[in-house]
Ligand binder design. Structure first.
Ligand code: UDX
Length: 405
């Protein structure tokens, strides 16, 4: 098929590469000329394991442009532009502007596929505005494992009002062999929010249990997670206690659905509580350090990990960034190290230098590189925010999330 992809962010680039690899011809459109030029020379603006190789391997089937008129011949066009939260509410202008541009160039029998995370009713609205069949096909890929998640998703959700339009989208994803769920567009849109909110809630839940475990000598939240995770109704996934969830999806999606639900007069109280619990995590990390060190004024602190999670250079809504800000507010001098991500907020240096120059260390992201560094940390005040260190090696100058003293 000839496929258009509008919005070359994380989802757009990965979708382009994965579908080109399935033999489709992809025309990717973005307003950012630099990004487009780069992608046409296989210069990929994001770090995602395996993505560079996939883009290079399929250059013959990938073309990137800022000009929508190249989409005249496509059979379907994905919309994968960002849907940020502005003042606590979802901002949909990028989606509608992409839809309007598509309506001017697409064949009347083409199909628009909504990949961006949008509130229930948005895909239907796009169909009305454009006069073109629009299918909701939410994306569930995770950064760091995006390609694997796209090729082998747990499920594919296709929400359409037209059976034929839904069938065309089904055709595209049938190679994944994943269960395919056909729904209304509104249900598909709601599934995405419900999934992200539920996962965010699960993590906030285990983080609250972690807070309680810290008060109970002999109690380790990791063992609690293991113990409850064996129960199939709970499952062992998304039960890692830590400094909370960040990234480009959970924070914005939980806020958007909570605000939408309130506007409908049916607040999602559990989701709101999950957000509140999450908002307290950065202060929690700094608090643990202060319990050991006292005032942080003029003290040198190193934050290990800047990305919102390992295997990505993405710092959007990263808990680490919030921790750095809090440390600076307390008057600390902050150093940071991350294998991929960068920040201007702290002095960034090598792992060894960062640790050696500091009195206190906070592990904010669980990069593999930080596993087994206990020897380097000896003598420092350490907060293990992601539970990757062996407490028995570090002794009394050590606090870990969810570990009772
Ligand atoms: C998420 C969803 O998983 C994905 O389905 C959706 O399409 C986009 O949002 P992503 O943001 O890439 O993906 O990261 P994910 O691996 O889900 O982690 C989100 C956050 O939760 C990270 O900050 C991570 O550190 C945190 N997390 C996750 C935990 O603290 N504990 C866990 O057990 C799992």
């Amino acid at each position: 098929m000839k496929i258009g992809v509008v919005g070359l962010g994380y989802v757009g680039i990965v979708t382009s590469a994965v579908l080109a690899n399935q033999g489709h011809h992809i025309i990717g459109v973005d307003i950012d000329q630099k990004r487009v030029d780069g992608l046409n020379c296989s210069v990929n603006p994001i770090y995602e394991p395996g993505l560079d190789e996939l883009l290079k391997k399929n250059t013959g089937r990938l073309f990137f442009t800022t000009d929508y008129s190249f989409l005249r011949e496509v059979d379907l066009a994905f919309i994968s532009v960002s849907t940020p939260t502005v003042n606590g509410e979802i901002y949909l202008d990028y989606v509608f502007s992409a839809a309007k541009s598509l309506s001017k160039v697409l064949r009347k029998d083409a199909v628009i596929v909504m990949k961006s995370t949008v509130l229930p009713g948005t895909s239907r609205k796009v169909r009305e505005i454009t006069g073109i069949e629009t299918v909701s096909n939410p994306e569930f890929l995770k950064e760091g494992t995006a390609i694997e998640d796209s090729i082998r998703p747990d499920r594919v959700v296709i929400g359409s009002t037209s059976k034929e339009a839904g069938d065309l989208v089904e055709e595209v994803w049938k190679f994944t062999n994943a269960p395919i769920l056909r729904t209304t567009p509104e249900e598909a849109e709601m599934i995405k929010y419900a999934a992200n909110s539920f996962l965010a809630m699960k993590v906030s839940f285990i983080n609250e249990i972690a807070n309680l475990c810290e008060k109970i000598p002999g109690c380790d939240v990791n063992n609690i997670a293991k113990g409850i995770g064996f129960d199939k109704r709970i499952s062992p996934y998304f039960l890692r206690a830590g400094l909370g969830w960040g990234g480009s999806c959970f924070p914005k999606d939980t806020l958007a659905i909570a605000s939408y639900a309130r506007s409908m007069g049916t607040p999602l109280r559990l989701v709101e509580a999950a957000i509140q619990v999450n908002n307290e995590r950065p202060r929690k990390a700094v608090g643990l350090l202060k319990e050991m060190m006292g005032s942080l004024k003029d003290r040198r602190i190193c934050v290990l990990g800047v990305a919102f999670k390992p295997d990505t250079d993405d710092t959007r809504e990263s808990v680490s960034i919030k921790i750095i800000r809090l440390l600076k507010e307390d008057g600390a001098t902050v150093f940071a190290y991350d294998p991929k991500a960068k920040t201007d907020l702290a002095q960034m240096t090598s792992l060894d230098e960062c640790v050696n120059m500091s009195e206190g260390v906070i592990i904010a992201t669980e990069w593999k590189e930080f596993i087994g560094i206990e020897e380097k940390l000896k003598g420092k005040y350490v907060v293990d925010g992601r539970r990757i260190l062996n407490p028995s090696v570090l002794g009394y100058k050590f606090r870990a999330i969810g570990l009772g003293e």
